[in-house]
Design a protein around this ligand. Structure first.
Ligand SMILES: Nc1ncnc2c1ncn2[C@@H]1O[C@H](COP(=O)(O)OP(=O)(O)OP(=O)(O)O)[C@@H](O)[C@H]1O
Ligand SMILES: [Mg+2]
Length: 255
């Protein structure tokens, strides 16, 4: 059986001639169904570029990406995507924003009401279902955006620094919401972060990427049991993983 996501000799070069930038790769990576894989690498190494190529929103320069055995050659509509800036529209309530994802896929929101409320409940937003984005805190908006990315039950979720702008405490609580959602539905997740701790806490596997042009330097399996709460962060295995990855980044001269 081939992997759910297969990335073969994929690279990306932007521009031509003197302004050419070799942004990423070549990279090989297989992601199995249900894995939570973090992409951890310095700024500018091509993480967002890879996410866009996976979503079919940007062409690869070399190589091939396949999902479910099919080459990615056009925008993928059946995956969930979340970027750092959340995608809530201001003129719709929280519920309306989540339902928008269903409407865009020609699904009847009425038939999925239970699912929408289940998700909002899971991230403690049920009482705010009829509020508008400007009435929510930044963390609450991110939580609503999670529900939006998950409501059509995508098999694959691409999360590009979804927690980047949040304060440490909010981040911690959304991490645990995300982990809970992942554990119940088990989508396959590709998660971009700059935080080593966050990657180790959430992931079944961490891909450490070199400075530009980004290549996968190490694939580290994190075998700690889920759910991983604050106590796990003090375990020797956790601390060792974090320290090992810090050493790799120190080697690149980025920390
Ligand atoms: N559309 C584009 N045109 C030209 N160059 C681009 C384009 N998009 C990205 N790049 C370049 O490709 C490289 C990788 O960019 P990318 O956004 O993928 O990095 P990243 O790893 O996501 O960084 P960060 O952690 O800062 O978000 C950068 O040097 C960037 O300038
Ligand atoms: Mg980026």
């Amino acid at each position: 059986m081939s992997s759910l996501i297969s990335i073969r000799q994929v690279s990306k070069t932007f521009g031509k001639g003197p302004s050419e930038v070799h942004a990423f790769g070549p990279v090989d990576l297989d992601v199995e169904e249900g894995q939570f894989v973090s992409l951890l690498g310095p700024s500018g190494c091509g993480k967002s570029t890879l996410m866009l190529m996976l979503a079919g929103l940007l062409d690869v320069s070399t190589g091939q990406i396949s999902i479910n055995g099919r080459p990615v050659v056009s925008p993928q509509t059946d995956i969930g995507i979340m970027f750092q800036d959340n995608t809530l529209v201001p003129w719709r309530s929280v519920r309306g924003n989540v339902e928008l994802q269903l409407e865009m896929r020609r699904l009847d929101p009425k038939a999925h009401q239970d699912r929408v409320m289940y998700l909002l409940n899971q991230v403690r937003l049920a009482d705010f279902a009829d509020r508008f984005p400007h009435e929510l805190s930044g963390g609450m908006q991110q939580r609503a955006a999670f529900c939006q990315a998950m409501v059509h039950e995508p098999q694959i979720m691409l999360l590009d620094e979804p927690l980047g702008k949040l304060d440490a405490m909010t981040r911690e609580s959304i991490r645990s919401d995300l982990q809970k959602l992942w554990m119940t539905k088990r989508p396959t997740v590709l998660f971009v972060t700059h935080s080593i701790e966050e990657a180790v806490q959430l992931s079944s596997r961490v891909a450490v990427i070199t400075p530009r042009p980004g290549r996968i330097d190490r694939l580290i399996d994190i075998d700690l049991p889920f759910p991983r709460d604050l106590a796990v962060k003090n375990s020797p295995e956790f601390v060792t993983h974090v320290r090992d990855i810090q050493e790799i980044f120190r080697g690149y001269g980025v920390i």
